[in-house]
Ligand binder design. Sequence first.
Ligand code: NAD
Length: 420
Amino acid sequence: MTTEKIAAINPWQVAQHQFDLAAEKLQLDEGMRRVLREPRRELTVHFPVKMDDGSVRVFTGYRVQHNLGRGPAKGGIRYHQDVSIDEVKALAMWMTWKCAVVGIPFGGGKGGVIVDPKQLSKKELEALSRRYFTEIEVLVGPEKDIPAPDVNTNAQVMSWFMDTYSMHQGYTVPGVVTGKPISLGGSEGRNEATARGTVYCIVEAARHLGIELPKAKVAIQGFGNAGAIAATLIAAEKATVVAVSDSTGGIHNPNGLDIPRVIAWKQEHGTVQGFPGAKDVTNAEVLEVECDILIPAALENQITDRNAGAIKAKLIAEAANGPTTPEADQILFKNSKFMIPDILCNAGGVTVSYFEWVQDLNRDHWTETEVNAKLKTIMVKAFSEVLAIARREQCDMRTAAYLLAVQRVADATMMRGLYP
Ligand code: NAD
């Protein structure tokens, strides 16, 4: 693919391109390629919300189910002004592969609403959440499609979703969403799970690469659920976090940032910028600072053919979904960068979502120690399986993860056969 083409492509084209590479390497049957290349269901909803000033606004939202071969659809719901159907389709496809890489019995789904939630009051956000969930109820359900948090959605939004669905059913259905608060059937450790899974992968990769974490410098783009918690957990491994950023920009201190203080600063000021003792930098600069480990934890298409060559980190751990374009992947591989791809690196979130769903269905509650131990077992196993394929096939880790995932989904699809 040419540079111009890559620069113009959207996440859905990236996702399909990544799939095509794996399908080619696996020599998948043409019919199977056609099936796995497209989402199974795409729902677009336009729904009204009464605003605080009495006016009515109509919002657009989506829910996409990419593949249901290995189990019900699973995937988060994103609130962002740039949400598009193609972004949701890509995220749904990535969920299919992610669930397959870690071997949990789900297919892939994703949802989103085009909205900047920072512009809404809490009352408006609740009304939007309840009405959106009502509109997508034709698809969701604890045996059919189980949403979860993603960018700009959290335990509060999941509680409104769960309550809305339960009101319509006439009884409480905790298993319809994950990422709920503990008081409503949420799992211990779910809030930290994505970042914890990322850090388990980084520990494994660092061992493989001979990077000593206490001597390592880390840069993190995005300072929300995935990014801020990854910063805390990697600092707990004695690594030095030298740069972080959020949507307003970044900060850099080559001697290290005090993460609990940065978190408190962001809570107080709504931005990481202006943090005492650090230099304000742009989001783009955070990706290029001198460091050993880079954790993109914001949005898609942040590492492209334009900046991939400038990345200094030896190890890139994709806590975000889709932060690297295929062309950037090639540059990074050529530059001997070790990539932990999103479908492996951030799979801790969906893994503990799976634990939450199992606990809800069984009316059970596990301890955090139990959750983290089970998560570690799954992440370490998936990492070593992907690494073994990368070594055997002499390929990069993303291709290896795709080979594992696509083969598992193709096997399940083949065994189920074609209905009718
Ligand atoms: P979040 O809303 O908690 O945080 C997003 C962060 O990214 C915020 O700090 C925001 O300021 C920052 N951000 C937004 N635009 C940015 C930009 N252009 N440059 C730099 N920073 C920017 O969301 P999250 O749940 O942490 O999700 C982040 C990424 O992790 C997404 O790609 C998401 O799909 C992925 N992810 C999240 C989970 C999860 O369980 N939360 C699971 C798997 C993957």
